[in-house]
Structures are given as C-alpha cells and as structure tokens.
Design a protein around this ligand. Structure first.
Ligand SMILES: Cc1cc2nc3c(=O)[nH]c(=O)nc-3n(C[C@H](O)[C@H](O)[C@H](O)COP(=O)(O)OP(=O)(O)OC[C@H]3O[C@@H](n4cnc5c(N)ncnc54)[C@H](O)[C@@H]3O)c2cc1C
Length: 476
C-alpha cells in the first residue's frame, strides 16, 4: 500500500545507504527532476539521488531491489517520451547521473574514449576535439543531454547518415544491473565476438534493464573540410532524387540531409531572433545538406557542381552555399530551431516516424492529404532527418488553442499517422524511443513474438520490475 508513512520510512532507510549530500528531498530541489521537458508528465518521487560513484549507484540499486522500490534513471531530462519522469505514486527513486561526469580516458591512437554517463554530449564532443579527434553524435540538445541518456535512448540526430546512431558509436559499456551487480565491458576493441551482445541490449533499453554508468566510444579523425547548402526543391520526390545523387557523387562525404517544408522555415523566421531566409523567393520544400571530409578537399566546389547538375535536371530550384563558418551556422540555425519555434508558436502533436527513404514522397503525400482533410485547423510541419527516412511529422496549432481540444484529437491523429507509417513498412518511433508515451504503440505494432521476448528479457534481468516501471513495457 502506498501510504505516506511507508514513504517516510523508506526515505529514512535510504538516508542510511546514500552518501551524505546524495539525496535531494526538499520540493524545491526535486522539482526540476519531476517534470519532463515537454511538460507532459508531472511525477512525484521518494527522493532524487545524485550519486558520485559507480559503487554508490550499485548500493542504491541493490537497496531498491531488496525493497521493490522503483528506480527512474535520469540523464539531462531532454527526452521526448516521458521516460525519465517518475510516476505519480511518490514511491520511486529518481537517480540522476549528472555527478558521474568524468572523462576517464582518451586514447587518440586507438580512436576511443571512455567517459562517464553523466558527461554532457557537448562535453564529450569537446573532450574528443581537444585530443585532436571527432565524436560525431550531434543533437540539438547537445548542451543539456548526457551520454548515458544518449545511449539509453539510442539517440540519432544529424549525422546518422554517415556515422550511425548512438549504438553504432559505442564500443564498450559499464552498467549497474538492478540487483547492484556491475557489468564492466569497457573495451575499445573493434573486434570482440564473445557471447551475447549485452552492450547492444543495454543501449536503447531506456533505463528499464539497468543504469549505464560509463561507455567507451568510437572516435574519428577531426573533420578538415565541410560544405553546407540550403537547396529549394520542387517536392519531396525531388528531395529523394537529390539524396541519391549526392550519395552517388559525394559518397561517404554526405553526413547530413535534412528536409524542411516552407511552413517550418516560416515558423523559425517568425519566432526566432536573427534568422533569415537565404534564398530570395519562397519555395515549398528545402533540404539542408552537408558534406564533410577528414582530408583537405574542395568540397564547396563538389557540392556546387552536384547542385548545379541537379538544377539542370529540375531537382533543385535554387540553392545557397554557406561561404563561411558563420553562414554555415546560420543555415543550421534554420533547422535546429524548428522545435523551439514550434514550442513558441503554440501546442503541437509530434510523431517521430521513419519509412524507407524511397517511400517518403508517397507517405508525405498521403499523410498530408489526411491531415488537411481531418485537421484543417492544424499546420503540418513535417521536417527532419530525411536522409535516414526519419521525419518529425508534427502538427502545430495556433497559440491559444485549448490544450484539451488538441488532446482530444490526439488519439485519432496518432492512430491514422502510425497506421500509415506501418503500411509503408516504417517505424512509429525512429529515434526518440518508447518511454511512457508510446508503450501502447509498441504493443500495437510489435509482433507477439517480439513482445514476449522483450518481456522475458525484462523478467530475466529485472525480476522485481524495479527499473523504470511502466516505461517501454507496461508495468506488472
Ligand atoms: C532541442 C532538442 C533536440 C533533440 N534532437 C534530437 C535528435 O536529433 N535525435 C534524437 O535522437 N533525440 C533528440 N532529442 C531528444 C533527446 O535529447 C534524446 O533522446 C537524448 O538522447 C536524451 O538524453 P538525456 O540525457 O536528456 O536523457 P533523459 O531524457 O534524461 O532520459 C531518457 C531515457 O533514458 C533513460 N536514461 C537516462 N540516462 C540513463 C542512464 N545513464 N542509464 C540508463 N538509463 C538512462 C531515462 O530513464 C529515460 O528513459 C532532442 C531533444 C531536444 C530537447
């Protein structure tokens, strides 16, 4: 039974396990950990623990496991699916990883670094750069998300086309299992076929199987040449043709390929300071593409040539190449500020979907027609990592639209879009994970054999069901 007497007793016992200064209990201190960044979930907690060592994480988990106390791991709290927010019972312990933030080792010769889970992504990128290396994970939230959270969600981002998702960037992992045992497999080996891939299993498990405390990450040489352009294209089909052209002619140099509809550009220009449309005329669709190389190469000339040929073929209507680092930053600001512009514009419904790249045009046409007919008061903002077939298929409503009105439409819209995604062989969660938000969607779209296997894995590693209950899989 969840009584406050229980909670008080548990808290008193917890104080004997945690190091001095680890536990936050006052409402003002715990509040930021109890609300997800999209403000969709407001939880309560027994306390928030901010451990300083792996040994302390292990002690806390063993203690929670023995008492069947739910544990919610939290990184930078930038996730989009409510995965890092405790439930409303007030009986779960939030474990924040921010104090486990050491760079343990960088081996430039081995192109690898071992860092703790609480390092911010931006800190990891900086550490690699200071060692003359490049860590390619890049998200708009780099200044606030943590490596542990990136691995727990198998984050994607802007460079997936060339470097892969977070799982592809990790060579080794250290994690604490629910009973307090520590798996330490922090090898920088490129070749290591020794048994089941526990690293791969823990990555993407969203805190439901254990707490990631450190990882060994792959590094690359520093990039020495970059070319970036915003190209207006007549339609989504042209965007897909241009992608194929770039992949053929620039090969592995193509690292980013982002699709932006005019409605997204308009939102950014209206709501974000100091951004401007670099092209004169208005167009319906744009792609932001970037080439990069580890060598010194004339990439601007290559990109100009490819875009020029594409223009002659009717795939591109107009294009602006960034002539300087500042211009490049400005082009990226158009793309990276879409989520913030959408937030400022009013309420929105978000869908993080992917379909095979070749199916993008048909999917967009069908889904947009459905939205236009069924949600005429909404503006479709379908943008994102089109090079990976990943779109943030969002519907924005005018500021002042009642939250209840938006919420009432959500189930119908979600169902229509996700069913269409499934019909095109796609995924209802391309890079944001399941968290609490999409537990029902996973049950709907995964096969019964997949669901049963996931439940068996969960039972085997976490028999008491303490790790992030109700996230990814329904509790119980
Ligand atoms: C502006 C903006 C842009 C974004 N862009 C992208 C993008 O391009 N691509 C993308 O994939 N995501 C993007 N995101 C979403 C988010 O930043 C990522 O999901 C990120 O990986 C979450 O990291 P975090 O540290 O904030 O984790 P949290 O939000 O704190 O946690 C996310 C999940 O991981 C679990 N978790 C956290 N740390 C650990 C740990 N150490 N061990 C075990 N479990 C843990 C939590 O319990 C939760 O289930 C964006 C978010 C914002 C706000």
């Amino acid at each position: 039974m969840n009584t406050s007497a229980d909670a008080a007793e548990l808290r008193a016992a917890l104080r004997t396990v945690a190091e001095p200064g680890t536990l936050l209990e006052a409402e003002a201190d715990t509040a930021p950990f109890l609300l997800d960044q999209r403000r969709q979930y407001q939880g309560r907690a027994l306390a928030v623990a901010l451990p300083r060592s792996v040994a302390e994480v292990s002690r806390l988990l063993a203690w929670c496991n023995a008492r069947h106390v739910g544990v919610v791991p939290q990184g930078g709290n930038t996730g989009y699916c409510g995965g890092a927010t405790p439930d409303e019972s007030g009986r779960q312990l939030v474990i924040g990883l921010q104090r486990l933030n050491r760079i343990r080792a960088i081996d430039a010769a081995d192109y690898a670094m071992t860092i703790e889970a609480g390092c911010l992504l931006a800190q990891a990128q900086r550490a690699a750069a200071e060692a003359g290396r490049f860590f390619p994970l890049e998200l708009g939230s780099a200044g606030s998300c943590q490596i542990g959270g990136n691995l727990a969600t198998n984050a994607g981002g802007l460079n997936v086309l060339r470097f892969g998702m977070a799982r592809d960037l990790a060579l080794g992992i250290e994690a604490v299992l629910p009973d307090g045992r520590v798996i330490q497999h922090l090898r920088s080996l490129r070749k290591d076929n020794t048994g089941y891939d526990l690293r791969g299993l823990l990555i993407g498990s969203e805190g439901t199987l254990g707490i990631i405390t450190a990882a060994t990450l792959k590094l690359w040489p520093q990039l020495r040449s970059t070319a970036t352009a915003l190209a207006a294209v007549p339609n989504a089909a042209a965007a897909v043709s241009l992608l194929a052209r770039l992949r053929t002619l620039a090969a592995e140099r193509l690292n980013s390929y982002e699709l932006l509809p005019r409605a997204a550009l308009d939102l950014v220009i209206r709501h974000i300071e100091a951004v401007a449309d670099p092209l004169g005329a208005r167009h319906d669709w744009y792609v932001l593409c970037e080439l990069s190389s580890f060598a010194i190469e004339p990439l601007d000339a290559l990109l100009e040539q490819i875009l020029g040929d594409a223009m002659a073929a009717g795939e591109v209507l107009d294009a602006a190449l960034a002539p300087s680092e500042r211009a490049r930053t400005n082009l990226w600001r158009l793309r990276e500020n879409v989520p913030e512009a959408q937030r400022r514009a009013g309420p929105s419904l978000k869908h993080d979907i992917s379909v095979p790249v070749a199916r993008l045009p048909e999917f967009i046409a069908q889904a947009a027609a459905w939205v236009q007919e069924q949600v005429p008061e909404g503006t479709l903002i379908a943008y994102g990592h089109a090079g990976d077939g990943n779109l943030h298929f969002n519907i924005s409503f005018l500021r002042g639209t009642a939250a209840a009105l938006v919420a009432a439409q959500e189930p119908l819209i979600r169902r229509a879009i996700h069913d269409l995604v499934a019909a095109h062989g796609g995924s209802f969660s391309a890079e944001h994970g399941i968290g609490r938000l999409k537990v029902g969607e996973l049950e709907r779209y995964a096969s019964s054999a997949e669901m049963a296997t996931m439940r068996e894995i969960k039972r085997a590693l976490d028999p008491n069901g303490i790790m992030n209950p109700g996230k990814v899989l329904a509790a119980g």
